[in-house]
Ligand binder design. Structure first.
Ligand code: SF4
Length: 265
């Protein structure tokens, strides 16, 4: 999938509604949030009206999304702080936005970037997974903070916002956690994960499942119980108990048992 104009899929009309939508989208899909925000924004269109409400009044509008109790408290709290501390306007910097109830660093980065054009690159589960799979970051980038630092070093500042949305949309629709659509992926030619997949051994022929569940590449060693070895990428691989080879195949299907490093988050 090629994405010509990467942008957020959340529906909003101003910075307050964007903040609300991003807070609501934590642990929830954008599509689900977009289903409930029209009614919510009709009743509470801005920070002023939300600040005068109570969590109990907000709750019915957001009850179908995850953590509605906490989120309704956060929205009212954030609205009251926007009114009392920021003159009724959503603050523009990440450091100020994170002070609002319910706004973590990722939320603050998204709001600052999308609403105010602040150069920042929020790393969510999709950005983290796709950046690691393609190989945009080094193998030791095992936290969102490390991925963010490395992506910022790699990409020009003017592209951070666009890169954030591009990686999210690619992760949401193509490079999904459980079954990435590598065939036809626009990034396949430069993707480490795909390259590793392509290098897995092809199915062996002339296997005899009666001699054992597994068979190593020597074609001489069948066995029921494999050994386990941790390879150079830190992945536990099945190995032949006689020769130690990690090129082990299922005797029934002929398929390899080797696994490539994955970030199923
Ligand atoms: S080739 Fe596969 S793993 Fe690589 S980015 Fe595309 S979908 Fe993801």
């Amino acid at each position: 999938m090629v994405i010509p104009a990467p942008e957020t899929e959340l529906t909003y009309t101003d910075s307050w509604q964007l903040l609300v939508a991003v807070v609501l989208s934590a642990q929830c899909t954008d599509a689900r949030v977009n289903q409930i925000t029209p009614a919510l924004f009709e009743r509470f269109p801005d920070a002023a009206s939300t600040a005068k409400s109570t969590p109990e009044e907000v709750f019915p509008f957001i009850r179908s999304i995850s953590y509605p109790n906490n989120k309704s408290k956060h929205l009212v709290g954030a609205a009251q702080m926007v009114m009392s501390d920021f003159g009724g306007r959503v603050p523009e910097t990440v450091d100020e936005i994170v002070k609002l109830p319910g706004a973590g660093r990722k939320t603050a980065q998204v709001v600052a970037s999308v609403a105010f054009g602040v150069p920042t690159l929020a790393v969510d589960t999709h950005v983290f997974r796709v950046a690691n799979r393609i190989g945009l970051v080094s193998p030791d980038a095992i936290t969102p903070e490390k991925v963010e630092r490395q992506l910022k070093r790699l990409l020009p500042e003017s592209t951070w916002g666009e890169a954030h949305h591009l990686l999210i949309l690619h992760g949401r629709y193509t490079c999904t956690a459980r079954s990435p659509s590598c065939e036809g992926c626009a990034a396949a030619h430069c993707c480490h994960y795909k390259s590793n997949l392509d290098q897995l051994p092809a199915p062996e022929e002339s296997l005899d499942p009666k001699r054992g569940r597994y068979y190593c590449k020597t074609r001489k060693h069948y066995f029921e119980e494999p050994d386990l070895i941790t390879d150079r990428a830190g992945i536990e691989q099945i190995s032949c108990p006689r020769c130690g080879s990690m090129n082990v195949f299922h005797s029934k299907s002929g398929l390899t048992t080797r696994r490539v490093k994955d970030f199923r988050v």
